[in-house]
Design a protein around this ligand. Structure first.
Ligand code: PMP
Length: 394
């Protein structure tokens, strides 16, 4: 049954990936989304010189925190709503329901605003408070739940799915479950926009070879798989590397090349799940979007090559290092990505180019990642006091 599950997942993933509903670079499609959609995408790429200098490589960051909703999830929200509208699964005035750690919910609220949709968000209650506050200000109904295992009906994703089903049972097509983890519109948003942008921007930044490695953390896996696939299709020698937080099972899945371990092993992976201070990344299960990065594609390659681990302490030190040296105030996942980019740079020949995503801003993380009480709670040293091993340059 394990191989059957893997086969089903593979064929589902391939089918969904092939279903490209939007031509690449077709900005006119976004007309009905008004100002929000027009500002999503085409984010700048900057060199993080403080990291380049300490690694003798070129480290580039794509500034997704500059997107109007403050995160690369804007692209995903736009795509999910566009596809739901096009397929007729969402009626005018309907409700978009989502289980989210916050960012996707915020992007959905903004993307939905100009089209008159309502948004209902189910969110675990251990995320930074400012995200729930923004969601309320943006008019979403916010339902907080205790963190729970994905196999529990209390898990935020399962609660959201149920709620959408209930609304649809009351009135057909009155709601969609956005389902960012399994809905490959997420993958397509990055395959069709983030990937092509990054590829051409890397070309502009590097005189000889455009890109050696792309490094990205994963929650749903949509960014890693979507961008990674596009880059690999341009140049199959580009390494695509997962940055994974402690306790997440994705590192294990990539390194061992397993989609599904035997149930007992899966249970043991889930038991090792640790709570990390980083938000929106790490996962204890394989989602359809992440699986797209582990499948073999037409060119005979698998998108994700390998994975590196990043600790909370390294991420915290990195965030402060970049703030002090580059004047960029980054969120926790962006900091994780930068640590991983440095680790990858140290494994590659001098002069290599490594790109990553600067997902969101630290302003969304003031009450957790940038809060000294949270550092104590997570057993972390204040940044810069004692340098974590891999960031001796901090
Ligand atoms: N950074 C932030 C701030 C996020 O909210 C998320 C997704 N929840 C990610 C990174 C990970 O992106 P993806 O879901 O595409 O793997």
């Amino acid at each position: 049954s394990r191989s059957k599950a893997a086969r089903e997942c593979r064929s589902k993933a391939c089918r969904l990936a092939a279903d490209n509903t939007l031509p690449r670079g077709e900005s006119a499609c976004w007309g009905s989304f008004a100002a929000f959609a027009g500002l999503v995408g085409e984010t700048k790429v900057v060199e993080l010189r403080c990291l380049s200098e300490s690694t003798s490589c070129k480290i580039l960051g794509k500034a997704e925190f500059l997107s109007p909703g403050g995160c690369q999830k804007d692209r995903v929200a736009r795509q999910i709503i566009h596809e739901a509208k096009a397929s007729g699964s969402l009626s005018p005035g309907g409700t978009i329901v989502e289980g989210t750690s916050g960012s996707t919910g915020i992007s959905l609220c903004l993307a939905a605003a100009s089209s008159g949709y309502k948004v209902h968000v189910v969110m675990p209650d251990d995320q930074a408070e400012e995200k729930a506050e923004l969601l309320r200000r943006f008019g979403a109904t916010v339902q907080m739940v205790r963190p729970a295992s994905i196999s529990s009906p209390e898990h935020y994703v399962n609660v959201a799915r149920k709620h959408a089903e209930k609304l649809n049972a009351e009135s057909a097509n009155s709601a969609i479950f956005a389902n960012q983890f399994e809905n490959s519109a997420n993958f397509r948003a990055h395959y069709q926009t983030t990937g092509p942008e990054l590829w051409s921007q890397c070309f502009d930044c590097t005189p000889h070879k455009s890109l050696d490695a792309f490094v990205m953390s994963a929650g749903t896996g949509g960014t890693l798989a979507g961008v990674g696939r596009f880059l690999k299709e341009q140049d199959s020698s580009v390494k695509v590397i997962l940055a994974d937080v402690s306790g997440s099972a994705l590192y294990y899945k990539v390194q061992k090349g397993v989609l599904y371990a035997p149930e007992q092993e899966e249970r043991s992976i889930r038991r090792h799940r640790q709570d990390t201070i980083a938000e929106g990344i790490g996962n204890d299960r394989l989602t359809a979007n992440f699986a797209l990065g582990l499948e073999e594609h037409n060119g005979g390659f698998q998108v994700i090559d390998s994975a590196v681990r990043v600790s909370d302490q390294e991420a915290l030190d990195m965030a402060h290092h970049i703030l002090r040296h580059e004047g960029l105030f980054l969120g926790s996942s962006a900091a994780v990505n930068c640590v991983a980019a440095v680790k990858v740079a140290r494994m590659l020949p001098k002069g290599s180019t490594i790109a990553t995503i600067l997902c969101d801003s630290g302003q969304r993380h003031l009450t957790k990642f940038y809060n000294s009480a949270a550092w104590t709670e997570y057993g972390l040293n204040p940044p810069g006091q004692r340098c974590s091993l891999d960031l001796s340059f901090v």
